[in-house]
Design a protein around this ligand. Structure first.
Ligand SMILES: *Cc1c(COP(=O)(O)O)cnc(C)c1O
Length: 354
């Protein structure tokens, strides 16, 4: 930012807060009263503003609508047990959004602008942060190209937005997942590590096909031989095998999840053995069959941890040990949930107080 950051504020005259059931929000349906907006043109971020939440006016030739020049982030603010508003590791999201921007040929939102904009928006809408156990305020920053031009080239203009909305419990029912060995989510040299729209649009068809066969989600495998497991849906994938936490290394096909990183840190803190290494599908199936696979779960901001009860592979379903008997995933979920609301010590400085 060249100038000092100055955000103009236009408050809504029509708050929806009172008519909103904050304690039982439906994910992705309810948005807070205000949104943050900044425009990029002439080589700088300008016109920083907080306005009433509302529709965006776009040219039909807007390049994002045609070519998916869009990136996003997802993070959460929790109501601390002392009533404060606590955001979980937002600096990591700001840094990751810069990486996504670089890959997508977009001007990065400076990390200090991201943090300042988020902070000011949460101050304005702080009453939207719910307090019931497990609830939170989901924060969705995103950036889109704005040129009204249907030729293919990087845009000259962009807009950065932040919207927020209350969301319900992080508790997730155990899921049945299928190992995908035909379709590919991310290829080496591609955009899998970036939170960019096209990755998710392209993942819908295989997921819908798997849903027809009764699977809640896919386990993605490498795009070369479909020999190694990579991610589970839009979550990182973690296993407990012989009391060791095993997860694939992040790279250009595996997104660097902040939940994944936090769980690895907590496991280290507890002296648990950790292995970050490529994991073959055959190893996963073998470990289920010989009983050394104790737990398998997805890790991501939306649900924190999603336990996997069954893995489908090659037309056959393999059951994991009953989730009630797991001890590691439930412990990580418990620790993270307590850290996020300030109920236990934040030893790694993960909380950002509004
Ligand atoms: C966002 C995301 C994750 C999880 O990242 P968190 O920072 O933990 O929320 C994992 N995989 C994909 C593909 C994602 O988009």
């Amino acid at each position: 930012m060249t100038e000092t950051m100055n955000i103009s504020l236009t408050r809504t005259t029509n708050s929806r807060l009172k008519e909103t059931d904050l304690e039982n929000p439906v994910f992705g349906k309810i948005y807070s009263d205000h949104m943050f907006i900044a425009d990029y043109c002439d080589g700088d971020w300008q016109d920083l503003r907080i306005e009433p939440y509302g529709n965006i006016n776009l040219s039909p030739a807007n390049t994002t609508l045609h070519y998916a020049s869009t990136i996003f982030e997802g993070l959460k603010a929790h109501r601390g047990i002392d009533g404060s508003v606590l955001v979980f590791r937002p600096q990591a999201n700001a840094a990751r959004m810069v990486k996504s921007a670089e890959r997508m040929c977009m001007p990065p939102v400076p990390e200090d602008l991201f943090m300042y904009a988020m902070t000011e928006l949460l101050r304005v809408d702080q009453e939207w942060v719910p307090s019931k156990k497990g609830t939170s305020l989901y924060i969705r920053p995103f950036q889109i190209a704005m040129d009204p031009y249907i030729g293919i080239r990087p845009s000259d203009t962009y807009t950065f937005y932040i919207i927020t909305g209350p969301v319900g419990s992080y508790y997730s029912e155990p899921v049945k997942v299928k190992i995908e060995t035909h379709y590919t989510r991310a290829a080496a040299g591609g955009t899998g590590f970036a939170k960019t729209g096209g990755n998710y649009a392209a993942a819908l068809y295989p997921a819908v096909e798997a849903a027809k066969e009764g699977y809640n989600q896919l386990i993605w495998t490498d795009g070369i031989r479909h020999e190694y497991v990579e991610e589970s849906g839009t979550m990182n994938l973690m296993f407990v095998i012989n009391d060791t936490l095993v997860t694939a290394p992040t790279g250009d096909t595996i997104l660097k999840g902040i939940t994944r990183d936090s769980i690895l840190q907590l496991a280290k803190d507890e002296g648990m053995a950790i292995e970050e290494r490529p994991i073959k599908v055959s190893e996963v199936m073998g470990a289920i069959e010989n009983g050394s696979m104790q737990e398998a779960f997805g890790a991501g901001t939306a649900a924190t941890i999603t336990p996997i009860k069954t893995i489908g592979f090659d037309g056959k379903d393999y059951d994991l040990p009953p989730v009630e008997n797991w001890k590691y995933a439930s412990n990580f979920l418990d620790l993270l949930s307590k850290i996020k609301v300030g109920a236990i010590s934040d030893a790694h400085g993960w909380l950002y107080r509004i």
